[in-house]
Design a binder for this molecule. Structure first.
Ligand SMILES: [Zn+2]
Length: 449
């Protein structure tokens, strides 16, 4: 079965086909860097990293780009408050962001473009929209003329008339219509650039379109991703600009990851994380590798299009799941290492089962049932000392966790530790329990068993 992906653009499950055979060009909207990231921000980072792992696993070459928004009102505000440059704020929080990603085992994308490196591209792009009458300049502020684009609303499935009715009318605004969105902002405070429209800075919606254009040479890409909250207006507006100037909707597949909501204080339900509710859980709050990997395990295996209802209880479940797999992983690795078995084969039917689940729109929940079966089999093989089968099952488990990006550690035996382990095995076999106990304590203390 081929890979099926739910396309947010058509609202259908579709067979995944790429523009060029064997190559996936993928872009995901990255963070605005002015704060530490919370676990809701980490969700798309982890999901798309896992998606790249899987696409690579089934043989694609993936070119993955995810941007850094390093110019924004919030960055400017923070810079002014601290009396430092925007660059200083952006660099500081970008570094924290990369550290957090790394601790969650999310690899750095192949391209990490910064908005401020694309100002010239954005000016040219906005100028092109003005020339085609899709944008207008009012005293240095440039807006996109939404009503000129007949297909506006194709991503979020809304028609302009409905949107118009729902839109807030800002009487102070100079815009022709409340739906029109900002392409270039005339600014007094903070960082600004010279442009034919006047001094100012670009709006957020234009940067992604320009970066995609530059990085992927103006070609339609295969996947454009992001969090569900970006679908409207951000992604709708990205499409609108591209439709207007390039007559394409940027990507063949649009994918959106659900939110991560946290349990309310009184446990009566779940709510969105926000600074004002004081319910933010930061990635920094997860201190150990075990906690970080359990968090990643949780995020990866929840249905990606649904909101996650995150609670301490759910997290604790994943901690004990993680411990279970880690224990089996270590014991099996040790048994194979000790018996000098180093084979990398797996059973075709196991691999096919894994792929069949993942090909159903990344159904990682089904993979969980496969994992628990493999875990049982690993434990059975350990007891029966069927090392050939043990290595096949362990290898399959490893492949799945590699795709998930959930890591376990095993340090191969040194000569000294091998001897120690051997003595323990011997003591057990001759039923010298006193000696066996002593050796077990040492092995335990050394973290070998
Ligand atoms: Zn974007």
């Amino acid at each position: 079965m081929s890979l099926m992906i739910y396309n947010s653009l058509t609202n259908k499950l579709e067979e995944f086909k790429t523009v060029r055979p064997g190559v996936v060009n993928m872009y995901v909207c990255g963070p605005t860097v002015y704060n530490y990231i919370h676990i809701g921000n980490a969700r798309p980072v982890i999901f798309y990293d896992m998606l790249k792992n899987y696409l690579t696993y089934i043989g694609y070459k993936v070119n993955y780009a995810s941007n850094i928004t390093d110019v924004d009102d919030k960055i400017i505000k923070k810079a002014l408050a601290e009396g430092v440059s925007e660059k200083e704020i952006a660099t500081r929080y970008e570094n924290y962001y990369h550290d957090n990603c790394q601790s969650l085992n999310a690899k750095r994308p192949d391209f990490v473009p910064h908005a401020t490196e694309y100002i010239t591209d954005m000016i040219t792009f906005i100028d092109g929209l003005i020339k085609k009458d899709y944008a207008y300049n009012i005293e240095g502020d440039v807006y996109f003329r939404v009503k000129k684009l007949k297909r506006y609303g194709i991503l979020s499935n809304q028609v302009t008339e409905d949107l118009q009715e729902g839109a807030r009318i800002d009487v102070s605004s100079k815009k022709e219509s409340p739906l029109d969105f900002s392409l270039w902002k005339k600014t007094e405070d903070g960082i600004k650039w010279a442009s034919p429209f006047g001094e100012g800075r670009p709006g957020w919606h234009t940067e992604c379109v320009c970066m995609i254009d530059r990085i992927f040479n103006g070609e339609q890409i295969d996947i454009h991703g992001g969090g569900m909250d970006l679908k409207f207006p951000h992604h709708e507006n990205e499409i609108a600009q591209s439709e207007a100037l390039r007559h394409n909707n940027i990507a063949n597949f649009w994918m959106h990851v659900g939110r991560l909501d946290v349990q309310k204080n009184n446990k009566s339900g779940f709510e969105k994380m926000s600074k004002s509710s004081g319910n933010m859980i930061l990635v920094n709050d997860f201190k150990t590798k075990r906690e970080l990997m359990a968090l990643r395990f949780l995020i990866v295996t929840q249905p990606y299009r649904n909101n996650i209802h995150y609670s301490e209880e759910l997290f604790n479940q994943y901690l004990s799941e993680y411990d279970k797999y880690e224990r089996a992983y270590k014991q099996a690795s040790l048994a194979l290492d000790y018996n000098r078995i180093n084979e990398d084969d797996i059973l075709v039917e196991d691999k096919e089962e894994f792929i069949s689940y993942m090909n159903q729109d990344l159904n990682c929940q089904n993979v969980m049932t496969l994992l628990s079966r493999l875990l049982k089999e690993v434990n059975v093989c350990l007891r029966s000392k069927d090392f050939k089968r043990l290595s096949q099952k362990l290898n399959m488990m490893k492949q799945i966790f590699d795709v998930f990006g959930v890591m376990f550690e095993y340090t191969p035996l040194t000569d000294e530790n091998r001897k120690l382990y051997e003595s323990w095995e011997k003591a057990k076999s001759v039923k010298d329990f006193e000696e066996a106990d002593k050796l077990r304590t040492i092995l335990n203390m050394k973290g070998i068993i």
